[in-house]
Design a protein around this ligand. Structure first.
Ligand code: ZN
Length: 445
């Protein structure tokens, strides 16, 4: 019998089909309540005590399941039910909100980020229960609905309900095999500060002959941006690095064991890499500043000889643990003023703090060892103290008071946030078996 014929796997795929069919795009506030209701029912059917917290904009689904034989261990499963917009729709080869099953893939919006993850975890728990007659430990689920729009209200929910989250380990939303086909386990993510800079140089656009005497908004803005960073990537805002937590020896060791990617080959880079200890070191530990976009002046055909009166840019800092976005924003504002850019206004868009840890605890060592045994040895697994991306780990850790690891069913070409988002069916089935083995080991501890 193929694994796919197993009734619990069949049920799993059916649930995934229904979940993906809900177009829960948070940016459009689409199908949000309906999806929360769907999850409440799904988790109730699984046997958990499920509720919907609906105090703020996007509801959060919380559920708890207890084994018949009391356990001292609690695992919290964090996921989000919202997805990114499906656009550009013309680049999809199938309906984004209809699970397409090919010989080897599941395709659909949320397949990789992160609807399959939640369903695979529930399926592993069901299989465990079928085999052992009981759940391995206490399981809690926290499924939010605005992760893709910076989890704006999650902190409000956690302030109100944080005392319900107590647990020993948080299994974070998703994860993937990396480009070397190693199963990736990560223990953190970077923080972020998104901001806008805008310059206004006159009441009206001017004839460009006046560039002899007047600076344009475009010059002012680009000079201000230039004052933020050296060409090697070092950020020039005074005090920016003050609170940065240096990596511990163990964290550095974890990164040193990873395989360095050849980015120049991978992306056909036309620019040299920024100064780095190693690519993976920078990705894991270094804060950055990035220009997301600049808008100013003439972008039409031909020429237009004028000096633009206005220029706007969106930028972001990726932050590391202990850097506070509000404090960095203050330092940024002061720096621009001190450099003579008080005409450039700075607007705070959003901020989240970073979280990182060295993956050193008995339960996580068990998880790492189980992954190595399951996926094929020492080199089959990559363990990193942080991913280069951003998510609400800091705030969840603060209220849930437990370490976090991110693992999941995706792979390097999963196309999260992109058209034809997909996972490989084999990874999905393997993850269910792996998670099931991990659950069997916690129970023995
Ligand atoms: Zn996600």
């Amino acid at each position: 019998m193929s694994k796919l014929d197993d009734p619990l796997i069949q049920e799993s795929i059916e649930e995934l089909k229904q979940y993906i069919a809900l177009p829960s795009v948070s940016a459009k506030h689409q199908s949000i309540n309906e999806t929360a209701e769907f999850l409440k029912k799904l988790l109730t059917d699984f046997g958990a005590d499920a509720t919907i917290w609906n105090d703020y904009k996007h509801p959060v689904v919380f559920a708890e399941a207890k084994p018949e034989k009391p356990s001292k261990t609690t695992i919290l499963i964090y996921n989000h039910y919202d997805v990114q917009p499906e656009e550009p729709i013309e680049l999809w080869n199938s309906d984004p909100f209809e699970l397409k099953i090919t010989d080897d893939k599941f395709i659909g919006r949320g397949a990789s980020d992160c609807k399959s993850d939640l369903i695979s975890r529930i399926t592993a728990l069901k299989i465990y229960r079928q085999k052992h007659g009981d759940l391995p430990c206490n399981i809690k689920f926290l499924v939010e609905g605005e992760e893709e729009v910076a989890s704006e209200h999650l902190v409000d929910y956690l302030k109100k309900y944080g005392d319900k989250l107590a647990n020993d380990l948080i299994i974070w939303e998703s994860g993937s095999k990396n480009e070397h086909e190693q199963f990736s386990i990560t223990g953190g993510n970077k923080g972020i500060l998104c901001f806008e800079l805008s310059a206004l140089s006159a009441d009206i656009d001017l004839h460009s002959s006046l560039a002899a005497v007047v600076d344009s908004a475009t010059w002012r803005l680009t000079k201000a941006i230039d004052a933020l960073r050296d060409t090697d990537g070092t950020i020039k805002v005074p005090g920016f690095y003050d609170d940065v937590v240096e990596p511990s020896e163990r964290e550095k060791e974890l990164v040193a064991k990873t395989i360095e990617p050849d980015l120049t080959k991978k992306w056909g880079l036309k620019v040299p890499l920024l100064k780095n200890e190693s690519v993976n070191y920078n990705l894991t530990f270094k804060p950055t500043v990035n220009i997301e976009g600049i808008i100013s002046g003439w972008e039409g055909e031909g020429v237009k000889t004028f000096t633009p009166k206005a220029a706007v840019a969106k930028l972001e800092f990726r932050l590391v643990p202990n850097q506070d976005p509000k404090d960095i924003f203050d330092k940024l504002t002061k720096h621009l003023e001190s450099q003579g850019f008080s005409d450039v206004s700075v607007k705070y868009l959003l901020g989240e703090r970073g979280y990182r840890w060295d993956l050193d605890s008995p339960i996580v060592n068990t998880l790492i060892q189980t992954a190595k045994d399951f996926y094929g040895g020492e080199d089959a697994v990559e363990a990193l103290p942080s991913s280069p991306g951003t998510g609400p780990m800091y705030v969840v850790n603060k209220y849930a008071q437990a370490p976090i690891v991110s693992i999941g069913v995706s792979y390097a070409k999963g196309g999260a946030h992109a058209p034809n988002e997909n996972i490989r069916i084999k990874d999905y089935l393997d993850f269910i078996d792996f998670f099931d083995e991990f659950l069997a080991k916690i129970n023995k501890e």
